[in-house]
Design a protein around this ligand. Structure first.
Ligand SMILES: Nc1ncnc2c1ncn2[C@@H]1O[C@H](COP(=O)(O)OP(=O)(O)O)[C@@H](O)[C@H]1O
Ligand SMILES: [Mg+2]
Length: 251
């Protein structure tokens, strides 16, 4: 099983959109068994797949507490989901003040999941919480979605530094690359992209995800883009990005 954490400490950079679409594509197009873990107390990935349950202790919180998480099966072809809500923040706060080791709960769970799934995709909150550290300690690879705006380049530096620090806990961890999301052509964005490609020491995926109004409505209607509007520019770009990422072409 390959575990991929989708992360950036900035909000609104398309982390959830990317995680949901990667999971859907790996399940539907690549016929893989995929576990999507919603690791953000906001529960947006859970909402995409109609698995948000406001008043029940969520699956991600249960993983932190070493309980068996509920699994929503086949939320898309080949995709199972572990949900999140605000109870994750409670579990996170409790674990933060506990004397026990705090960073290995996800990794322990992954050991069990590894025999069932080909991929585990973890959608993360825009903050380094205990649950985020857990995700990074369990992950093989990180994908950093970046929306080019004034402060995004600073953001890349902040998150990559954090990841480098966490390599002390997970020497396996690798930054697969930076994915430019919600991309709009403009002089400023072209300049920022050029700067990033030239100066960033990490891989910047060639494929950019273009801005697409359909992505906004897909979020509004709480559906993964690949289901809501497979022909939109953003859905097309996510398919192409997955070809680049997996190195496998799909018709
Ligand atoms: N390619 C895109 N084109 C247009 N809007 C997008 C695109 N990708 C994401 N968005 C929108 O940006 C907002 C933030 O996306 P989201 O995935 O929730 O970000 P994050 O998880 O990083 O907070 C959502 O409203 C989403 O619909
Ligand atoms: Mg999100």
């Amino acid at each position: 099983m390959k575990t991929i954490a989708v992360i950036n400490l900035k909000g609104g950079v398309a982390k959830t959109t990317t995680a949901a679409n990667m999971a859907t594509l790996l399940g539907t197009k690549y016929q893989k068994n995929v576990l999507l873990i919603d690791n953000d107390p906001q529960g947006n990935a859970s909402q995409f797949f109609d698995c948000y349950r406001k008043d029940e202790k969520c699956g991600a919180a249960k993983i932190l507490d070493r309980e068996r998480p509920g699994i929503f099966t086949d939320v898309a072809a080949g995709v199972d989901l572990i949900n999140a809500n605000m109870t994750l923040l409670e579990a996170d706060n409790e674990l933060r003040t506990s004397e026990d080791r705090q960073d290995n709960r996800f990794a322990e769970y992954m050991e069990k999941a590894a025999s069932i799934y080909d991929y585990c995709i973890i959608d993360n909150p825009p903050a380094i919480l205990i649950c985020t550290i857990n995700a990074l300690c369990a992950a093989d690879e990180v994908i950093i979605p970046v929306r080019l705006d004034n402060w995004s380049i600073d953001g890349v530096e902040v998150i990559t530094e954090q990841i480098e620090t966490l390599k002390a806990l997970n020497s396996n961890l690798k930054i697969a690359g930076i994915l430019l999301t919600d991309y709009k052509k403009s002089i400023e964005n072209e300049a920022a992209e050029e700067w990033l490609r030239k100066n960033c020491k990490y891989n910047v995926f060639s494929r950019r995800i273009r801005h697409s109004d359909k992505a906004v409505s897909a979020t509004y209607y709480k559906q993964p883009l690949e289901t809501y509007s497979p022909r939109s520019a953003a859905a097309t770009d996510y398919r192409k990005f997955m070809e680049e990422y997996t190195g496998t072409k799909k018709a």
